[in-house]
Design a protein around this ligand. Sequence first.
Ligand code: NAP
Length: 286
Amino acid sequence: MAAGIIDGKAIAQQVRAEVAEEVAAWVQAGNEKPGLATVLVGDDPASAVYVGGKQKASAEVGIEGFDHRLPADTSQDEIARLLGELNDDPRVSGILLQLPTPPQIDGGAMSELIRPEKDVDGLTPISAGLLAKGRPGLRPCTPAGVMELLRRHEVALEGAEAVVVGRSDLVGKPLSALLLAAHATVTICHSRTHDLAEVCRRADVLVAAVGRPRLVQGDWVKEDAVVIDVGINRTDEGLVGDVDFAPAAARARLITPVPGGVGPMTIAMLLRNTLLAARAQAGERA
Ligand code: NAP
């Protein structure tokens, strides 16, 4: 039987519509608009497109945008000063430093200057620590988007075997922590895993976050598994995921396509994080 398709584009649109409604109600109740500050250093065209997309999406849901674009030769001190100002600005609920930064800038170290309550990317060590400890905090957007896809499809995670291929700080590790918090039995695989195919075949929920086109073969997928493909690989045939879609879909119960699966969820969850950050900060000030 062919798998059901998890339509990330439609679900992301629903999340964005919900955030827009919640922002409107928040402002109606007398609160300031949530604000998202983006900081882009240099003129990398791809980064400019990403930042533009985030600002446009923010405006569409009623989030105030603070779009900081700095020349490629900006010093680390100047960036640190700007991040300090944004940390202290009550109009700014969330701050995002677009990576990668130019070579003279330590992007990771700069991101760590963002206060955890404004870390809407959820990637600083404090946010990662809060997640690892199961404490409240802002969660990384792509893993949070995967969890949202699973939730909307009512995928039962408690006691389920979840296998995550990939252990990056951006996707694999935080997603594994979120699945564990949802009471799945989680196995994390990586480039040194022995017999990856056999481990994947155990999965009720199989997530590929690797960056290798079609690494996960159809016969690695257990019958009726839920398959989430985080991979985005540019090939001669266009964008493809980390999963060999057609044979995997022939065995899976549910599967995400690439494009149109996990991809659109990231910005939707960034908007939600910005609203959550604004609420938490208002609570702290009250
Ligand atoms: P990454 O930092 O390069 O990490 C890749 C992970 O895959 C590493 O843990 C690596 O293992 C593992 N790996 C590599 N080759 C492998 C193999 N042959 N077998 C098993 N594991 C292998 O990548 P990332 O940032 O997590 O991104 C992964 C994919 O997701 C990329 O295609 C990226 O474009 C996509 N992505 C999509 C979104 C979105 O949809 N919005 C967001 C972020 C990323 P080691 O740790 O052992 O090296």
